[in-house]
Each structure stands twice: as structure tokens, then as C-alpha cells.
Write a protein that binds this ligand. Structure first.
Ligand code: UDP
Length: 340
């Protein structure tokens, strides 16, 4: 099978590509505009591919922009893709509040176009990166796939709208099937420290805490201590990026099944959470650095608690997480940060 991975030079995409190289026999083409992904990541993936030669399968990188619809059409016409894993997106909640149109263009509009390309060029399978942000201030905890969706920021809306486009396309087109994965809070890095999160101006908690522990930042902020949670700080379901990546391989297998539902939607998280204060404490412990934390007001767009119910993902996809350990997540994030 030949798989097109958009955003494969980015954080989550590169971990999925790594597993596709190491654990499957598929050919892979990455399409990325390198806006937040990195050429160095592509080089590392090429090395991993060279170490895992199998048959005649190929590995290609196309430097292209998904907003260039004419070029994307040409790329689909020139290649015979069998499946699409679509990561390329903007993902920072506070930025989406300040610049919503960037999110509707990069996420919703470009996703709509690439689905159109799949239907036009007969690509039968798609895996879509969605987010727990579609649940907003979730109406029940843990969050099930059936929990009402009510985003509280443009990022969540941009992904929920994309889910709707996928749903309608699957309903209308018999030869187009999709799996939608709703990610909870992804963190950590490859255990061999070959790839990790190299996002400039990172805003995600574990990355920020790792940077502060290493002195890249003088201090960090803790946003809000007055939430109705166990210690007043927000709670999230932090999942190791390699466990998230393995859910994509399971989703590819699922799309081959005759009894699949399409689209089908799965939460990808561990089913339990940690507070912001607990994460900061863990990072201080494993780094041995008592870094400075400023207590600041709530950040706009933050729900108090987001924790997954992952029972459907385990049962239907047969997904078994291997790295459910907040210390390991923080350790791999810190080890990677030292290389950046
Ligand atoms: N957070 C924080 N300081 C930071 C970054 C994040 O206190 O420097 C908090 C944030 O307000 C939220 C939680 O950590 O309550 C997780 O935020 P993150 O941006 O990592 O992920 P999100 O849940 O927004 O996708």
C-alpha cells in the first residue's frame, strides 16, 4: 500500500511515519510545507527507512503547500496513493482565538480540499487527526465519543467542521472510508531520541516545562488555580506520542475490515489525567531543577478537565498503550529538548 502522510515532518506525523517504516511494509510519501515541520526530521526518517529496507517499497518527501489546490491535484494525479493520513494543521489553541481565520483556512478549508482530492482520485481510506477540543467544556468526564460536542475555541471548531465534511463525504461516496481519531494531550518523544517536538514558540505544557527546566526559558506560567478540579489547576489526559502513533496503524488495519463503520470515531488517550500542578511537579522531580513558575490568570479557551474514555478504542481497534507513565512522558520530552 502507498500511504500519503500530510504533515509527516511534524511532531505527531513523524512518529507515525517512523512506525509505518519500522512496523509495516507500506510505501510512504510525506507532503509537508515545513512551516512547523523540519527538514532534519525528514532526513532522520530517511535514515530510519534506509535501515528498514523491505522489498521495493519507497519513501518520498514532497515539499508542498496544501493551500495550493492546483499543485495538490497534480500530486494526486501523478501518484497512486491508496490511503491518506492527514495531520497537516494548525494546532495552538490561544493562537486560534487570536487568528481564527488561519485555523479555518489551514484546517477546515484545506481538509475539505484534500477530501475532495481523495474522492476525485479514488483514494479509498483516510485517517484524520482530530482533537478532544471538539468536546469543549465536556458535558461528562470521562469523555466518550458520543459525549456532546461543543467547542469553546476556533481550533476545536475548525476540527469539528472537518469531521462533518468527512462524515458527509463518507455517507455520499461508497468508495471513501475514514477513521477520525480524537487526540487528547500528546507529549513525549521517541524512546531512542531520534525525533521529537521541535515546534518554535511552543505553548504546550510539557514542552514548556521541559524548556524551563533546561533554562531555555527563564520561567513559565501556570494558567489558573481556581478551576473546579482536584487541586484547582486544569486536568488533562497526557498520552505518549508513540502510543498515539500506534493507534493510527490500528486504524489502518480497521479500514481494511468488512464490518467497519465509516466514518468511525475514536478517542485516543489513557483514560486518566494529571493536573497542571502535578505535571510541573513531575518535571521538576525528573529534571532535578526547581524552576520558576508564575501563577497567572486562566488562559482563554481552556476547559477545566479533559479526560478520555478510551474503551471503544481498545475494544474496536484493539489498541494497547505501552507508555502510560507520566514520568516516562516527561523524561522523553526532556531528553529530546536537550537535542533541540
Ligand atoms: N498550561 C500552563 N502553562 C503553560 C502551558 C499550558 O499552565 O505554559 C496549562 C494550560 O492552561 C492547560 C494545560 O496546561 O490548562 C494544558 O495546556 P496545553 O496547551 O498543553 O494543551 P491544550 O489542553 O490546551 O491542548
Amino acid at each position: 500500500m502507498h500511504i500519503l502522510v500530510t504533515g509527516g515532518a511534524g511532531y505527531i506525523g513523524s512518529h507515525v511515519v517512523k512506525q509505518l517504516i519500522e512496523d509495516t511494509n507500506n510505501s510512504i510519501t510525506i507532503l509537508d510545507n515545513l512551516s512547523t515541520g523540519h527538514e532534519a526530521t525528514i532526513d532522520t526518517l530517511k535514515e530510519i527507512f534506509a535501515e528498514n529496507k523491505r522489498g521495493k517499497r519507497s519513501f518520498n518527501f514532497i515539499h508542498a503547500n496544501l493551500a495550493d489546490f492546483v499543485n495538490v491535484d497534480e500530486i494526486f494525479a501523478q501518484n497512486k496513493f491508496d490511503a491518506l493520513i492527514h495531520f497537516a494543521a494548525s494546532i495552538v489553541v490561544p493562537e486560534s482565538v487570536e487568528n481564527p481565520l488561519k485555523y479555518y483556512m489551514n484546517n477546515t478549508v484545506n481538509t475539505t480540499n484534500i477530501i475532495n482530492m481523495c474522492v476525485k482520485h479514488s483514494i479509498a481510506k483516510m485517517i484524520f487527526s482530530s482533537t478532544a477540543a471538539v468536546y469543549g467544556d465536556a458535558k461528562e468526564i470521562p469523555v466518550k465519543e458520543t459525549t456532546p460536542k461543543d467547542p469553546i475555541n476556533p481550533y476545536g471548531w475548525s476540527k469539528l467542521m472537518s469531521e462533518q465534511v468527512i462524515t458527509d463525504a463518507c455517507t455520499a461516496h461508497d468508495n471513501f472510508d475514514a477513521v477520525i481519531l480524537r487526540y487528547f494531550n500528546v507529549a513525549g518523544a521517541d524512546s531512542l531520541n531520534r525525533i521529537g517536538q521541535s515546534f518554535p514558540n511552543a505553548t504546550h505544557l510539557i514542552k514548556v516545562a521541559a524548556q524551563t527546566a533546561l533554562g531555555t526559558r527563564e520561567k513559565m506560567a501556570l494558567f489558573g488555580e481556581d478551576y473546579e478540579t482536584k487541586d484547582g489547576t486544569c486536568e488533562r489526559d497526557y498520552i505518549h506520542v508513540d502510543d498515539l502513533a500506534s493507534a493510527h496503524l490500528k486504524a489502518l488495519d480497521y479500514l481494511d475490515k468488512d464490518d467497519k463503520k465509516s466514518p468511525d470515531i475514536f478517542n485516543v488517550g489513557y483514560g486518566h489525567g494529571f493536573s497542571v500542578a502535578e505535571v510541573i511537579k513531575t518535571m521538576k522531580e525528573i529534571s532535578g531543577v526547581d524552576f520558576k513558575v508564575d501563577k497567572e490568570p486562566r488562559r482563554v479557551g481552556d476547559p477545566a478537565i479533559l479526560i478520555s474514555d478510551n474503551s471503544k478504542t481498545k475494544k474496536v481497534l484493539g489498541w494497547t498503550p505501552k507508555f502510560d507513565d507520566i514520568k516516562l512522558i516527561c523524561q522523553t520530552a526532556l531528553a529530546w529538548e536537550k537535542t533541540v
